[in-house]
Design a protein around this ligand. Structure first.
Ligand code: RP5
Length: 168
């Protein structure tokens, strides 16, 4: 059974939502990925959000762009945490999506990540699940240690080569 529901407003959002899915796969977390437009098919959306708890989701990652109401409406109907990903947009650079998702009224929180922040959304979902899963918590510790080692290796290389010869 999937622990995480990943939902997006359009296939335009897929590239960013895939980054969240990649993280969940790396940590061995089951997810279900869905395209639903809250505006273009409101009844389908309502069924999805109302049934999400019954399907076993512990957290929903919802991404949308422009007047991005999908994450907020998920949070209105689903009792567990919702993580919102604002999509970059060509007209307003994603500020439209960001403000739509982050400026929720008191009582209905959405944990909003950065514009196009698919990877952090995935990690945040893993951290939420790790609160009651010691194995997942251990994997998170290993993930952090690996990141730390990678930065230290870069610093070592910089020291050895100097900034003029350093290539990423
Ligand atoms: C939103 O409108 C979607 O989340 C997408 O980011 C944006 C544009 O959708 P399309 O017109 O590309 O389907 O609903």
């Amino acid at each position: 059974m999937a622990n995480v529901g990943i939902v997006m407003g359009s296939d335009s959002d897929l590239e960013i939502m895939a980054k969240a899915a990649d993280v969940l796969e790396e940590f061995g977390v089951e997810y279900e990925m869905t395209i639903i437009s809250a505006h273009r098919e409101p009844e389908v959306f309502f069924e999805y959000a109302k049934g999400a708890e019954e399907r076993g989701f512990k957290v929903i990652i919802a991404g949308a762009g422009m007047a991005a109401h999908l994450p907020g409406m998920c949070a209105a109907l689903f009792p567990l945490p919702v993580i919102g990903i604002p999509m970059h947009t060509s007209s307003l650079g994603g500020r439209d999506s960001l403000y739509s998702i982050v400026q929720m009224p008191p009582g209905i929180p959405v944990a909003t990540v950065a514009i196009n922040g698919g990877k952090n959304a995935g990690l945040l979902a893993v951290k939420m699940l790790a609160m009651s899963d010691p194995e997942l918590l251990e994997k998170l510790r290993e993930y952090s240690a690996k990141m730390c080692a990678e930065v230290q290796a870069k610093d070592q290389k910089l020291k050895e080569l100097g900034y003029r010869s350093y290539k990423k």
